[in-house]
Design a protein around this ligand. Structure first.
Ligand code: UDP
Length: 312
């Protein structure tokens, strides 16, 4: 039985990865310090003997007994509100945490995959963003703590690949949504759905003309799984290229929920990217991957989840 370590295993993406690897017949070790993760996301796995959970901060030395075939590093505060609240932890988990886990991967001869991000492109001057674009990031702005941690993470991961011959994979994740997002994580989708379900007005930041492209979580997990099993060490964008403005997104959520609310406008946060759309040519060619779940289907599944959370 292959053994995989998933850091951030109790988080939104990490917990879906735990489910996927259990389903594929792996022994899964989830690690999380629960500062933004939630045990409720993985409690259904606790009864399985193929599943283990370690409450640990990967910024400190990481010890895992036994063999490891794969390490997936998904631990990090990941929403703008979270990393503004936790700037030092965000920098540490991307830098010290990644270094610790690379050392672990080297000693176990494990393949190492990192969750990088479309934020490495910053407020992009190239559209759509392909992997060869170097980005437009403000290192000392509010998002710098996340963006630069992720850029450092890519750099050190590539260095271990080049200088130590470690097998490494880099995925650049664009906006992703689905069940197990936290209603209070501040991201646009939980914010809008929460507001609509409570009958409040939806808060668009700026004039709402900025764009994003939203990928449903099952599509993302499929892309990660394929990249891990591929032999490709350079970064690969995974996301859904269907791009909309935040205003259109708010309208879709009002229509979907049937809420009797309107859009109101709040100041645009500093350095908020104006547009974002993944160029997924590389993922199509190398992984034969593309998203399957459209926004109407994905939003419905996500809304059903949030309704059950609010009913508890
Ligand atoms: N946003 C918004 N209202 C909210 C939360 C976010 O208009 O209540 C906007 C935000 O300014 C950004 C977009 O929605 O332009 C996506 O924000 P999110 O925090 O989800 O992630 P980002 O893509 O900026 O990392």
């Amino acid at each position: 039985m292959k053994r995989v370590l998933i850091t951030g295993g109790a988080g939104f993406l990490g917990s879906h990865l735990c489910d996927r690897f259990i389903k594929e017949g792996y022994h899964v070790i989830a690690m999380d310090n629960l500062i933004t993760g939630n045990l409720a996301n993985i409690e259904h796995l606790f009864k399985l003997k193929e599943f283990e959970f370690y409450n640990h901060d990967v910024s400190k030395f990481v010890h895992v007994p036994g063999e490891l075939d794969y390490i997936l590093h998904f631990a990090s505060p990941a929403s703008p509100i979270d990393y503004l609240k936790l700037p030092i932890q965000t920098l540490k988990v991307g830098s010290l945490g990644t270094h610790n886990l690379l050392g672990l991967a080297k000693s176990k001869k494990a393949r190492f995959l990192i969750a990088s991000t479309s934020e490495v492109y910053g407020d992009p001057l190239v559209h759509p963003q392909n992997e060869d674009y170097w980005g437009n990031v403000n290192p000392i702005g509010p998002r710098g703590v996340y963006d630069e941690a992720k850029r450092f993470q890519e750099a050190i991961t590539m260095a271990y690949h080049t200088y130590h011959g470690l097998e490494t994979r880099i995925i650049r994740i664009f906006n992703t949504y689905g069940p197990r997002m936290r209603l209070d994580d501040g991201r646009v989708l939980p914010a809008f759905i929460g507001q609509a379900l409570r009958g409040e007005d939806l808060t668009a930041f700026g004039d709402g003309s900025q764009t994003r492209s939203f990928c449903y979580v099952s599509d993302l997990v499929e892309g990660i799984y394929r990249l891990l099993l591929s032999d490709y060490p350079n970064p690969v964008n995974i996301g859904n290229p269907s791009e909309i403005t935040i205003n259109q997104f708010a309208e879709e959520i009002i229509a979907l929920t049937g809420a009797k609310t309107k859009i109101i406008y709040k100041p645009l946060p500093k350095d908020d990217p104006k547009q974002r759309q993944p160029d997924i040519t590389r993922a199509r060619e190398i992984l034969n991957w593309e998203p399957k779940v459209n926004r109407a289907e994905g939003l419905k599944l996500t809304l059903d989840y949030f309704k059950t959370v609010l009913a508890k």
